[in-house]
Design a protein around this ligand. Sequence first.
Ligand SMILES: Cc1cc2nc3c(=O)[nH]c(=O)nc-3n(C[C@H](O)[C@H](O)[C@H](O)COP(=O)(O)O)c2cc1C
Length: 212
Amino acid sequence: MSESGNTKRIIVGITGASGVRYAVRLVECLCGAQLDVHLIVTPNGERLLRDEAGIDEVSANALLGGQSDHLFTHSYRDVGANPASGSYRTDGMVICPCSSNTLAGVSAGLAGNLLDRAAAVTLKEARRLIVVPREMPMSRMDLLNALRLSEAGAIICPASPGFYMQPGEIGDLVDFVVGRLLDLLSVPHGLNTRWADRLEPPRNMSASEPDR
Ligand SMILES: Cc1cc2nc3c(=O)[nH]c(=O)nc-3n(C[C@H](O)[C@H](O)[C@H](O)COP(=O)(O)O)c2cc1C
């Protein structure tokens, strides 16, 4: 598949943290918005894709339900692939979800696999790097690693959905996080993430229900 001329390019990294549904939806939204997605999945990310999303292979068919001219997959071990080079222009990278392991590796400047290398390149080229850690509680090491990355220019965007849009199902929570990521990438979207200057009682809780 050839890459589309002036189309925006985003690198997406999926690691072995819980919450791969965020990543699947992100890839779907980016490709749907006609951006080129360069996808790198760690071996543990592949395991989580299988366990949490029932996705057995990293392909457009499995992730998007069909072929796409916008999805480019790369082997995690191929440190010679395009995203490994700063001369290959991209519009940023999102690591979603980001394990504590990858958070530590990227914050230390490691580059022994394509995901870490692409993140290091994104930082050195002063491009937007968005990291979506998913761990709780976070250890002091996690926090220090996140701080180091933030100081190096990355945006730390924890997988921490809001509830003010009154989610009815898991997909609403997923969309909240993905919508905020799209905002950070300046990709227009219609996902329900906006604070509407109002707070109505939740649909599923009666006003007369006693406190517990
Ligand atoms: C089912 C499962 C769920 C996991 N969830 C998390 C998680 O939410 N956050 C995290 O930091 N690590 C989690 N881990 C541990 C990471 O997968 C592990 O540290 C691994 O080395 C990460 O490798 P990677 O960064 O190369 O993907 C989980 C592991 C498994 C098997």
